[in-house]
Ligand binder design. Structure first.
Ligand code: SF4
Length: 265
């Protein structure tokens, strides 16, 4: 896809971007299994804190699912660090949310950034719009801005926590509540079974701070050049790398081929 076409696509969606109702009002609807799912999420977070004391981190995308997890960690006083990546290409709304969450919870949030020299070199070689030219270049950008700092974030830690949910996309349909990576690190996804309605029900009930872009039809938020609003009926992750075919649309933070550990009911 050309750069111009990519930005046309952003504009088309921006035109349909006027807020109608806050996301919580649009989506909050507890499923029949909400209370059970909430108890299960807390149980998994407690397991992570107990089994990986001092060595577990919530790798927060700052999306609404991760804000729910940070709220649960804070609410239950769990010994789990919260960290996020500042890729250098985030929306201002996302950067502002970090400060808002820090104030709201009185919580220290670690921020991990890519190496400046690596970013400058990537831009010098490939230009600022490289991600639109090929999947390979897009993944190379993600490797520099996301994977490398994530590796440093996880270094020395035996477990991490993510906000992945099965319902988010076909690719995430097999997300496990806990699994072990090839590196032996345990990944917990306590909201794997939650519905979007459950997530927003929790947000509405507990006043969880969230990114205002969610109110403007961005269900999934990444870097600004690679995220757009979605239209009615589109997949929850349709606004991420929208110019690519469905099968390519992950950034490498959550590769498949893990081994499940324990129950995943
Ligand atoms: S999401 Fe886009 S801007 Fe962000 S690291 Fe990946 S390719 Fe680069």
């Amino acid at each position: 896809m050309s750069t111009a076409a990519a930005f046309d696509s952003i504009d088309q969606h921006a035109a349909a971007d006027a807020p109608v109702l806050p996301a919580a009002l649009r989506h909050a609807r507890a499923s029949a299994g909400y209370e059970q799912g909430l108890a299960r999420a807390v149980e998994l977070l407690r397991q992570a804190a107990a089994e990986h004391a001092g060595a577990v981190v919530q790798a927060s995308s700052l999306g609404v699912e991760d804000m729910v997890l940070s709220d649960l960690i804070h609410r239950h006083g769990l010994d789990i660090r919260v960290a996020t990546l500042d890729t250098g290409a985030l929306h201002l709304e996302t950067l502002e949310l970090i400060e808002r969450a820090r104030r709201h919870y009185g919580m220290d949030i670690e921020i991990w950034r890519p190496g400046q020299e690596a970013v400058v070199e990537f831009l010098r070689r490939n230009g600022p719009d490289a991600m639109y030219r090929s999947v390979e270049l897009r993944k190379a950008c993600c490797a520099v801005r996301k994977l490398e700092p994530l590796g440093r974030m996880l270094d020395g830690r035996s477990a991490w926590i993510t906000g992945l949910r099965r319902e988010q996309s076909a690719q995430r349909g097999g997300v496990r509540e806990r699994e072990v990576g090839a590196d032996g690190r345990v990944k917990f996804s306590p909201l794997a079974q939650w519905s979007l309605g459950d997530v927003w029900h929790y947000v509405a009930r507990h006043g969880v701070p969230y990114n205002p872009l969610h109110d403007r039809f961005y269900p999934s938020i990444g870097c600004a050049p690679c995220t757009r609003a979605v239209a009615v009926g589109e997949d929850q992750r349709a606004g991420r790398w929208w110019w690519e075919l469905e099968g390519a649309k992950e950034c490498g933070l959550h590769p498949e081929g893990r081994h499940a550990v324990g129950a995943d009911t």
